[in-house]
Design a protein around this ligand. Sequence first.
Ligand code: ARG
Length: 460
Amino acid sequence: QTAYTWAGRFSEPMSELVKRYTASINFDQRLWRQDIRGSLAHARMLARQNIISAADLADIERGMAQITAEIESGEFVWSLDLEDVHLNIEKRLTALVGDAGKRLHTGRSRNDQVATDIRLWLRDTIDAILDLLGKFQTRLLDLAECEADTPMPGFTHMQVAQPVTFGHHLLAWFEMTRRDGERFADARRRANVLPLGAAALAGTTYPIDRESVAAALGFSGVCKNSLDAVSDRDFAVEFCAAAALLMMHFSRISEELVLWMTPRFGFIRIADRFCTGSSIMPQKKNPDVPELARGKTGRVYGDLITLLTLMKGQPLAYNKDNQEDKEPLFDAADTVTDTLRIFAEIIGGIETRPQAMRDALRQGFATATDLADYLTRKGLPFRDAHEVVGLAVKRAEALGVDLPQLALSELQAFSPLIDKDVFTALTIEGSLAARNHIGGASPQQVRAAIGRARAKITCP
Ligand code: ARG
């Protein structure tokens, strides 16, 4: 037996530099479980179809059990000479069980093998992400429930706009992440088909049974075209696109946390275990975790762009370019997983400062729209009401007071339609209670929305 896998056709071995350049073992060894799982399903099918003997299958199963134990215990020696996870495991199998190990690759290529491994890995990864996303959402809804009545300013253009409740704001985050969950679940559906059987690119001459391999590995079906089966990385791109969107959401969430925890806002405090201090300024408590999440969003965008660019110039079928799919994919998955894990905890470490939220609400004429709506209800066309209230706001601003602090007589100077009942409309509670429709900010609606959201929590 020759020293390297394809020595038959070659007259000299690869140069050391080329070996290092072309090897993927340093990063693809994390696919080892999926690789062994796929190999066992393939070998069992070969035996069922009488392509290999029952004795060969028994040897392969015994060898793979030993390899699993060796990798788990850290004894397994990964070799750069053997390029990637597939050849490392196959070589060790042959060392352990002889010819049966050499028969494993019958009717298979690393091209359909690696595509299968990545799909298996991604499926498990998506399930873990969906589970973490659900945990985050559960804690988010728990907090929203506690804060369903806590008024805070809603902003547009970062200017105080109208009252909402903190619970209502958290429900917006819930909706964002619920869509993320749907996108991952959708990507999973398309990833969950079996490439094996495509072999190098054209299928194989052996009487294989692809459906049974798909069923054994829990795939919903088989890739329909052998060329596409080994070339397609859409599923990895889709995953990274979903990851990029999720990170965009967490970056926006982070930005709000950072703002809210500045003394200028003071809306929340984040537990010390999620903050860091300064090496020079003794007073500092910095929101490093949300800031890093905001920063790490950039690398996940980069992962997506890397994959899209990797694929755009490739003719069918397999090209070695594809080996570059793994690092961005792993990086996006790891970043999303860590981010979700940490945010599920941060939510439990948020302490709200309702008084600061209320104080902020008093500073931006947050119920001005309510006054316009009040006048409109009394018959004034909305555009006229808008102008009247604008004048009232200008007056209040000159006096340095909020709208409800203007005397009734002062308000009536702007419109004779204004009566005593105006003050209900001008209070924060009145403004909130009036937004009583699906999706609105009233505490009653927020509670109902939380109830509905509980049934929509993301799960694998
Ligand atoms: N390590 C390779 C990859 O990740 C496996 C497939 C290699 N196939 C080939 N024809 N060189 O894509």
